[in-house]
Design a binder for this molecule. Sequence first.
Ligand SMILES: *[C@@H]1O[C@H](CO)[C@@H](O)[C@H](O)[C@H]1NC(C)=O
Ligand SMILES: *[C@@H]1O[C@H](CO)[C@@H](O)[C@H](O)[C@H]1NC(C)=O
Length: 285
Amino acid sequence: MKDKTYRPNWRFGLPSVFLLSIFFFLAGFSSFRFFHHSQEDEYGVRARLKEKEHRLLHVGESGDNFITSIPFQILSWNPRILYFPNFASVKQCESIIEMARIELTTSKVETVEGISDLRRTSSGMINSASEDKTGVLDMIEEKIAKATKIPKTHGEIFHILRYKVGQKYDSHYDAIDPGEFDPAEYDYQESHRVASFVLYLTDVQEGGETNFPFENGSNMDGSYDHKDCIGLKIKPRKGDGLLFYSFFPNGTFDRTSLHGSCPVIKGEKWIATKGIRNQLHYENS
Ligand SMILES: *[C@@H]1O[C@H](CO)[C@@H](O)[C@H](O)[C@H]1NC(C)=O
Ligand SMILES: *[C@@H]1O[C@H](CO)[C@@H](O)[C@H](O)[C@H]1NC(C)=O
């Protein structure tokens, strides 16, 4: 018949199209989830952490009853440099600066400045965690111990440094090479500073990077001028942490651990640093 218009068979068509689209949506969604999970498994870390969260082990006297996760990035193996984004909160950084500013106005700081050698043009001050009423430095100290896996009894007191525009720290080592130890120049060292932790307390608009000129063994032909700000550079970012080692695991001094602080060009740089020793350190007591 002429006026018989085409009518799709809705009775069967619509529900099946609907069901099919639900099916494909679910299939797509679960395969996406599956893909996501298998990616996590490939990297392992997050999946394993979750598993451990549900299966905590019995701990020893000084252990924790929870899992700690401190994100970090390996910046280099030669020397060993690790970067910890958002290690401290903005509030914690500001609290430390506030504390240090007050100390900077006291006579105590002048003594410290007098000690600092000519290569360093920052104003330095020392602040032990035990002197800190706010408890912020204690918390940071605790977290550094966890990040380094070295107990806080091996940590030196915090040094809090301020670099104004033009101020810098020429390249130097944080430890003395035992092979080149000169008893006439240095006192007897009963322990060595095996690692150093730097907490950046401010962003720096321009300059003020931490630099490692000998990274990957570069520039080690003897021609390097310690004033040159070259090599691997780490831009200070408020709250971020940096950890580097001055010794190899076998106890040999790592000559690639040479580092410095590039001149601040714009802004102000504040850092809190802590030396980590290979033996108990009683500076605090
Ligand atoms: C890093 O060091 C290795 C070994 O000395 C060298 O082969 C390589 O070219 C270096 N890489 C760079 C970017 O300098
Ligand atoms: C210690 O380790 C470093 C780096 O792996 C190596 O170059 C050096 O030869 C080692 N020293 C000794 C005494 O084994």
